[in-house]
Design a protein around this ligand. Structure first.
Ligand code: C2O
Ligand code: CU
Ligand code: CU
Length: 481
C-alpha cells in the first residue's frame, strides 16, 4: 500500500463515534491520581571509565498496573514507562546496547534533538529486527547540554511503538552549570495514554490516523496528576517534555509566572521572565523556573489550557483545562533562589548561503470525496529517495509553510536551528529571543523561518512530529554532503 486515503465524508457521517466507543471512551478506566510525584528512574551507567556512559536498553512487552485493578500490556524500555532517564555530561562518550524484543516489529532508537552521527541516529533506514541487538555509539559535543529524548523511529511504526510506551528522557548536563545549587530540579515527562474498558491499549482508529492520537489519560512520569510537595518560597526548575503523539500542551502554573531558561537545545542566553503560559507542541521541550510564593495558596496546579490546533472530521476531544501536576506548598517558608543573568553564549548563525522552502500541503480531492494526504512539497515519504541536499557547514534559511487546516510540529534531525521569524496573514513577528530548537510548531496558515547548519554528513530526516502523520509519509530525507 503506497498511500492511505482517509475519507472525510465518512468521518463526518458519524463513523468516528461508534469506532471510538469500542476503543473504550464510553467506559473509561480510572487511573489513580494524587500520588507523590516520582522521580524518573535513572539508567545506570555500567562504565567505570571517566567520561564514558555505557548501558543497555531493551524494548519488550511489559505488564504494568496503571488502571485501578487492571494490568495493561505496554511496550517498555527496561520494563518501565516512561523509559529510564538517561543522564550524561557534555563531552561524554555514550554507548548503548539496544535489544529489540518487540514481537514481530522492527525498531530503532532515535536520539531526538541530539547532535549524533547520522548512522547512529536510529533512522528508519537502519532498522533493528525483532529479536536482535544493535550498539549505538556517539560522543556528546562540548556545548550540547540540553533536554533531549529518545524514542523508536521505524518505518511506519513509530506512532504505535510510542503510544504503547516506548519513550524516555535524555538529559545532557553541562560540565559546569550556571544555575545555583539551591534550585529544586524536576523532570516532567508528559505522555498521554488511551486504555480500553479492559485496560488494553487499543490500536489507532480513523480519527487518530487523521489528527494524531490523543490519549484519554494525561501522565507525568507515568502518573496521573501526581503531587509535588515543596516549601513555600521554593525555586523549582521544571524540565518539561511533550512526549505525546499529537497533543498540544498549553502549559501554565496557576497564579504563577514562569521564567524560561532553556528550549529544545539547552539554555537560552538570558532568562526570559514573566511568562504566563508556554505552548509545547508534540516533541518540544521547555526548561522553566517557578518560584512558589509563600501565601499563594496551599496548592498550585500545572495545567494545560485549551488550544485549537485544527481538527479534521469527527471525534474531536473536548476542549478543556486539565491538571497535569499539583504542587503542594507545605512546611516553613524558605528564601527564593537567585538566578544568574547570563546562562550561556549562543552564537548567532550567520548570513544564509541558500534558501529552502518546504510546504505542508492541503488535502486533495480524490474521486467523489475529500481525501487527506500528509505531504511535504507534494510528496509522501519514500525510503531511499533524497528530497533535499545541503553542504555540511553551510548556513541555510529554511521557510516552512503550512497550507493545511491544522497545526503541524516540524522537526529536523541532526542539529539545532534558530527560529528567526513567523509570518501569518501577511504580518511578520521576529523571534523574541535567540534559542536552539529542533522542533517548531507551524500553525495553520503560518510560515516559520529559521536558520540552520548541519555539521555532520549523512542522511537526515525532517518530518511532522504528529507521529501518525510521520508514519503516513509527512517526512522527507535531507542528504548532507
Ligand atoms: Cu522525535 Cu524524527 O523524531
Ligand atoms: Cu528527531
Ligand atoms: Cu502533522
Amino acid at each position: 500500500m503506497q498511500r492511505r486515503h482517509f475519507i472525510l465524508s465518512m468521518l463526518s457521517a458519524g463513523l468516528a463515534g461508534p469506532l471510538r466507543s469500542i476503543t473504550g471512551q464510553a467506559k473509561p478506566v480510572t487511573i489513580r491520581s494524587g500520588q507523590p510525584l516520582r522521580a524518573l528512574p535513572k539508567l545506570l551507567n555500567q562504565s567505570k571509565a571517566p567520561g564514558v556512559f555505557e548501558a543497555s536498553l531493551t524494548a519488550a512487552p511489559a505488564r504494568l498496573a496503571v488502571g485501578a485493578g487492571q494490568q495493561t500490556e505496554f511496550w517498555a524500555y527496561n520494563g518501565i514507562i516512561p523509559g529510564p532517564l538517561i543522564e550524561a555530561t557534555a563531552g561524554d562518550r555514550v554507548r548503548i546496547l539496544f535489544e529489540n524484543r518487540i514481537p514481530g516489529q522492527v525498531s530503532t532508537i532515535h536520539w531526538h534533538g541530539m547532535p549524533v552521527p547520522a548512522a547512529e541516529d536510529g533512522n528508519p533506514m537502519n532498522p533493528v529486527a525483532s529479536g536482535s541487538r544493535h550498539v549505538y555509539e556517539f560522543v556528546l559535543p562540548a556545548d550540547s547540554a540540553g533536554s533531549y529524548w529518545y524514542h523508536p523511529h521505524p518505518h511506519r511504526l513509530s506512532a504505535e511503538q510510542v503510544y504503547r510506551g516506548l519513550a524516555g528522557a535524555f538529559i545532557v548536563n553541562p560540565k559546569t552549570d550556571p544555575l545555583p545549587r539551591d534550585i529544586h530540579h524536576i523532570t516532567a515527562f508528559i505522555t498521554d495514554l488511551r486504555l480500553s474498558a479492559t485496560g488494553a491499549i487499543p490500536v489507532d482508529d480513523m480519527v487518530d490516523l487523521m489528527n494524531g492520537r490523543e490519549g484519554d489519560h494525561l501522565l507525568v512520569n507515568g502518573q496521573r496528576n501526581p503531587v509535588l510537595t515543596v516549601a513555600p518560597g521554593s525555586t523549582c526548575r521544571f524540565r518539561l517534555f511533550n512526549a505525546t503523539n499529537a497533543r498540544y500542551l498549553r502549559l501554565a502554573f496557576e497564579d504563577h509566572e514562569m521564567t524560561l531558561i532553556g528550549t529544545d537545545g539547552g539554555y537560552v542566553e538570558t532568562p526570559v521572565l514573566g511568562l504566563r503560559e508556554i505552548l509545547l507542541a508534540p516533541a518540544e521541550r521547555a526548561d522553566v523556573i517557578v518560584t512558589f510564593r509563600p501565601g499563594a495558596g496551599r496548592t498550585v496546579a500545572l495545567q494545560t489550557l485549551p488550544y485549537e490546533r485544527g481538527w479534521m472530521g469527527g471525534g474531536k476531544p473536548p476542549s478543556q483545562t486539565l491538571s497535569l501536576l499539583t504542587v503542594r506548598l507545605a512546611g516553613a517558608p524558605i528564601e527564593a533562589a537567585a538566578l544568574p543573568t547570563k546562562l550561556r553564549k549562543i552564537e548567532e548563525l550567520g548570513t544564509p548561503g541558500a534558501i529552502k522552502r518546504l510546504e505542508f500541503d492541503e488535502p486533495t480531492k480524490v474521486g467523489g470525496g475529500m481525501a487527506m494526504q500528509f505531504l511535504i512539497n507534494g510528496k509522501t515519504f519514500q525510503m531511499g529517495r533524497v528530497d533535499l541536499t545541503t553542504k555540511a557547514g553551510q548556513v541555510e534559511l529554511w521557510e516552512v509553510v503550512n497550507r493545511t487546516d491544522m497545526d503541524h510540529p516540524f522537526h529536523l534531525h541532526g542539529t539545532q536551528f534558530q527560529v528567526t521569524e513567523r509570518e501569518r496573514n501577511g504580518s511578520k513577528t521576529m523571534a523574541p529571543y535567540l534559542a536552539w530548537k529542533d522542533t517548531v510548531n507551524i500553525a495553520t496558515a503560518e510560515t516559520v523561518r529559521f536558520k540552520v547548519r548541519q555539521d555532520m554528513k549523512g542522511l537526515r530526516m525532517y518530518h511532522c512530529h504528529i507521529l501518525e502523520h510521520e508514519d503516513q509519509g509527512m517526512m522527507g530525507l535531507l542528504d548532507v554532503t
